[in-house]
Design a protein around this ligand. Structure first.
Ligand code: MN
Length: 228
């Protein structure tokens, strides 16, 4: 057993709702522009775009109930999303049967430095600094599919300070969860512990310190996150 050269970084785990279990995180994949109305508001064409992905870091997942407003940005947007947690993976996973790899689901926010993302897009540079920053993925407890099933439809909504900002239905996803898993597995080897953020409905907008975001998805309850 080799001796560690430095203190090991803490393992990233998420609480499993209604139990003492925790879900260990391996990777975090996020799909862009996966609801037609949001694709249009971001200037895209919902009929013709291939899915595209970016990643956040496992330790960007944030269960604290607080979102720390990041430095170097003055336009930080909320994106309300359904997160999918895998219990197993592989490569070239067919769409039929892809859901067999799902452990469960959670509420998540893909917080975005929209100003920096836009600058990097216009420079044709990668936009990690717009997406993969500290605390940038507030997430709720994991609801096992064995208890909640596989939510393919149902309301997804986000209120800020009690006012509705985002509202959509999970069945408006352009690429459905089994298709996302299958597509990703053609490019990456997926594995248990992987987390996939499945995109956001329209209505993304800026937050400010002191705002209270409340995300709700049918069958998964609600999550409250304060911007600090
Ligand atoms: Mn997103």
């Amino acid at each position: 057993m080799p001796t560690l050269a430095i203190e090991p970084p803490p393992a990233v785990t998420l609480p499993v709702a209604g139990s003492d279990l925790v879900f260990p995180v391996r990777r975090v994949y996020c799909i862009g522009r996966n609801y037609a109305a949001h694709t249009i508001e971001m200037g895209g064409d919902p009929d013709r775009e291939e899915p595209f992905f970016f990643q956040k870091n496992p330790d960007n997942l944030n269960v604290s109930g607080e979102f720390p407003y990041p430095p170097r940005s003055s336009d930080v947007h909320h994106e309300a999303e359904l997160a999918v947690m895998l219990k197993s993976g592989g490569v070239n996973i067919p769409v039929d049967g892809a859901l067999d790899h799902v452990y469960g689901y959670a509420l998540a926010l893909d917080m975005t430095r929209r100003d920096l993302q836009g600058e990097k897009k216009s420079l044709r540079q990668p936009w990690e600094i717009g997406k993969a920053f500290e605390g940038s993925a507030p997430v709720g407890p994991v609801h096992p599919a064995s208890r909640v099933g596989h939510p393919t439809d149902g309301r997804i909504a986000l209120e800020v300070n009690g006012e509705i900002r985002q509202e959509g239905d999970l069945n408006h996803m352009i690429w459905k969860v089994p298709e996302i898993i299958s597509y990703l597995s053609d490019y990456f080897e997926l594995a248990g512990g992987d987390v996939i953020l499945s995109g956001t409905p329209s209505g993304v907008a800026a937050v400010a310190r002191g705002d209270v975001m409340e995300l709700e998805v049918d069958r998964l309850g609600a999550m409250t996150v304060r911007v600090v």
